[in-house]
Ligand binder design. Structure first.
Ligand code: CA
Length: 372
């Protein structure tokens, strides 16, 4: 029953409109009156949104601000959301527990940070050689992904919402050339989630660190290399000052979904119209961030190359092929961790293997036809 309700409330505007029309057709006059009474009796609430990002960090932190502001304004101030940067209320990696406990009502991060809570969570942010941003949203909204994500978080008292996407990331910043897979051997690199596990299989040492610690770690030599996001965010952290080569493509994060998790009790205490506002505000934020990244990455790449003389390099095909093979192993093994991970894996893989066929004759064919 609960699952069904959440699912219905995350449907887009078209479905909501269809529902309203259906209601009118049945002349159920009690419904609008009941909804209106519920609306007026609701006391405004103050919600806290804790985030895994430095306060106001371009794209990620500002994306959290955008969503908080949208919820506040769309609700007419009935939900007032205050945003906290990492370490202001809780540390970056304390966000999941804080929202689960109800210390905060909202959390902004990415699901692969919580693999210690649930291995299956990793499928809902990024899978190496997995889905692009558009494909990811297609799986989440129209391919069964969202229901599986809700199931994954339900046992922690959380309702997940997709709330942003970075698009394809960059492979990262290195101080040595990567010419063969052996160049990754012994490399201590910040790379979270499944990508990190793939690096480990290639002989490297993956490190998981919050964004705010990356520059100094790279500068001091505590790590040899780092990935973060893409030109827009990487320029903001100034990695070009401490690393020589900027490699692409981001094989490990082909379209990373950011999340907004909602404390389930707080969500269920809302009248229906506010639940619809919260879930659809996240949907708007999801799309807004994706388009912002395309626009800003493009500008920032020009700045990195033309003003800071960054060397942008493509990972050799032989390296990508090897990483692709290792990734398939890592992702398949993730499915063996527990029954839920198995079901998420099967849904994800079935969608991926089918959507590749359409993407090949649509996006890929067009990009090839357009030329460079
Ligand atoms: Ca990343």
């Amino acid at each position: 029953m609960m699952k069904r309700r959440l699912f219905l409330r995350q449907l887009g505007g078209g479905a909501l409109l269809a529902g309203a029309t259906l209601g009118a057709g049945c002349s159920d006059k009690d419904q609008p009156a009941a909804a209106s009474a519920e609306k007026t009796s609701f006391e405004p609430v103050q919600w806290k949104m804790v985030t895994t990002w430095p306060k106001n960090f371009p794209g990620l932190g500002t994306g959290a601000n955008f969503l908080a502001d949208l919820i506040t304004r769309m609700s007419g101030g009935r939900i007032q959301v205050k945003v906290f940067g990492s370490n202001e209320l809780v540390p970056a990696f304390g966000v999941f527990d804080a929202v689960s406990r109800g210390t905060a009502q909202l959390g902004h991060g990415s699901a692969y940070y919580w693999k210690g809570k649930s291995e299956a969570a990793q499928f809902f942010s990024a899978v190496p050689f997995g889905l692009t941003a558009d494909e990811m949203n297609a799986w989440l909204y129209h391919g069964g992904g969202m229901e599986l994500w809700q199931e994954t978080y339900a046992r922690f008292g959380l309702v997940p919402l997709a709330a942003g996407n970075t698009g394809v990331q960059m492979a990262g910043w290195f101080n040595k050339e990567i010419n063969s897979i052996d160049d990754l051997r012994g490399l201590k690199m910040r790379i979270p989630g499944l990508g990190g596990e793939v690096l480990a299989r290639a002989g490297g040492t993956p490190v998981s660190l919050p964004g705010g610690e990356l520059f100094t770690s790279l500068q001091s030599g505590a790590i040899d290399a780092t990935e973060w996001v893409g030109p827009y965010n990487d320029l903001a952290f100034g990695f070009y000052k401490v690393a020589k080569y900027y490699y692409y493509p981001g094989w490990h994060e082909p379209g990373t979904t950011l999340e907004c998790m909602v404390n389930q009790k707080a969500y269920e205490a809302l009248p229906e119209d506010l639940q619809v506002i919260v879930s659809n505000a996240a949907r708007v934020a999801n799309q807004d961030m994706q388009t912002e990244y395309i626009a800003r990455n493009n500008q920032a790449l020009q700045t990195l190359v033309n003003q800071h003389n960054v060397e942008v390099r493509r990972l050799p095909d032989t390296v990508l092929e090897r990483l692709r093979g290792l990734s398939a192993d890592v992702v398949a093994e993730l499915a063996d961790k527990d029954p839920l991970s198995r079901r998420v894996y099967e849904s994800f893989e079935a969608f991926r293997s089918q959507v590749i066929q359409w993407s090949n004759i649509s996006e890929r064919a067009y990009l090839n036809a357009r030329g460079g």
